[in-house]
Design a protein around this ligand. Structure first.
Ligand code: IPM
Ligand code: MG
Length: 357
């Protein structure tokens, strides 16, 4: 097949980890006879420096015309004092919104060989950690009306959480469909004991669940869900939740696997084009040192092949290569638990060796 990909390295460790994923994609294209044309584009802090805005028009245009986008990470301390609309993170939010990517899929799976890197007790990890977090991505508090003003108690600021039935329904459909392909359990997470938007969320999910009698459905309040993820993550299969709750719970859940450096994500909309990215940030503290863990980005490329291009065999090959390298004992610093570690280049080479074996 032929696919036009846009690669957005972004900031911090972004260029290093995207470099690794691009190498893996080149090997896959050679091995399986595909043509992936890869075009790089600027977004985030580097785009602010080069073009004055976090999401330049030509980047957005390239993404809109592409078959899928692979992104490293955006952000860094040097841009933290810029006004909200000029911060690197705006690039990500702009891409999600403009590409209509309302569904964010974040699989959280603990690999057996990494059980020691998980902060959970072994009797808990023995029960397994394999959760798919489905996060609503283009609505809620991230995109609601916001502002500042002057009140009787001085200056104030506000953000609003607003969800329509249709926004809730379509993310619910993505989650139910995903549950059908997994262990057929879905937990919808909200704060319906306090928030009106959560009450509409829950009502809408309850209507939708009638269409999925084969999926075992439950509701959970977000504070309890945060606790249950630590107490017994094996109770969860698919979790579906709002933009803000999903942001928080997915970082929490990532730790169960030992490192956020392993977790991939897909952001999808109505069509096949998606945005794939590791769920971690730009890690400015280790940028340029050659020690970043590229696995989350490499696994994001695998997700892209599977979900946007229906290349299951190719995606399986990448996932198996990563697993093999971890089984051989190779670790980057974040998952080495104080033991020996290798750098970004070395682990990428090992993954490529495993792919070619
Ligand atoms: C994520 C990130 C982003 C978010 C930031 C960088 C805007 O934390 O993808 O989880 O909050 O969505
Ligand atoms: Mg986040």
């Amino acid at each position: 097949m032929n696919a036009n990909l846009v690669l957005i390295p972004g900031d911090g460790i972004g260029p290093e980890i995207i470099g690794s994923a691009a190498e893996v994609l080149r090997i896959i294209s050679r091995k399986f006879n595909h043509t992936f044309s890869m075009k790089e584009a600027d977004a985030g802090g580097c785009a602010i420096d080069r073009h004055g805005v976090p999401l330049p028009d030509e980047t957005l245009k390239a993404c809109l015309e592409s078959d899928s986008v692979l992104l490293g990470a955006v952000g860094g301390t040097q841009w933290e004092t810029l006004p909200g609309h000029l911060r690197p993170e705006r690039a990500l939010l702009g891409l999600r919104k403009e590409l209509g990517l309302f569904a964010n899929l974040r699989p959280v799976k603990l690999q057996k060989v990494l059980a020691a890197a998980s902060p959970l007790r072994q009797d808990i990890t023995d029960r397994g950690v394999d959760v798919l977090i489905v996060r609503e991505l283009t609505g809620g508090l991230y995109f609601g009306e916001r502002g500042r003003g002057e009140g009787s108690m001085g200056p104030y600021a506000y953000d609003t959480e607003r969800y329509s039935v249709e926004e809730i329904r379509r993310i619910g459909v993505v989650a139910f469909e995903a549950a059908r392909k997994r262990r057929k359990k879905m937990c919808s997470v909200d704060k319906a004991n306090v928030l009106e938007s959560s009450r509409l969320w829950r009502e809408t999910m309850h209507v939708l669940k009638q269409e999925y009698p084969d999926v075992q459905y439950s509701d959970m309040l977000v504070d309890n869900a945060a606790m249950q993820l630590i107490r017994d993550p094996s109770q969860f299969d698919v979790m579906v939740t709002s933009n803000l709750f999903g942001d928080i719970l997915s970082d929490e859940a990532s730790q169960l696997t030992g490192s956020i450096g392993l977790l991939a994500s897909a952001s999808l909309g109505k069509g096949k084009c998606g945005l794939y990215e590791p769920i971690h940030g730009s890690a400015p503290d280790i940028a340029g040192k050659g020690v970043a863990n590229p696995i989350a980005t490499i696994l994001s490329a695998a997700m892209m092949l599977r979900m946007s291009f229906d290349l299951a065999q190719e995606a399986d090959a990448i996932e198996a290569a990563v697993e093999a390298v971890l089984e051989q004992g190779y670790r980057t610093g974040d998952i080495a638990a104080g033991g020996l570690s290798v750098g970004t280049k070395e682990i990428t080479e090992k993954i490529i060796e495993a792919l070619e074996a």
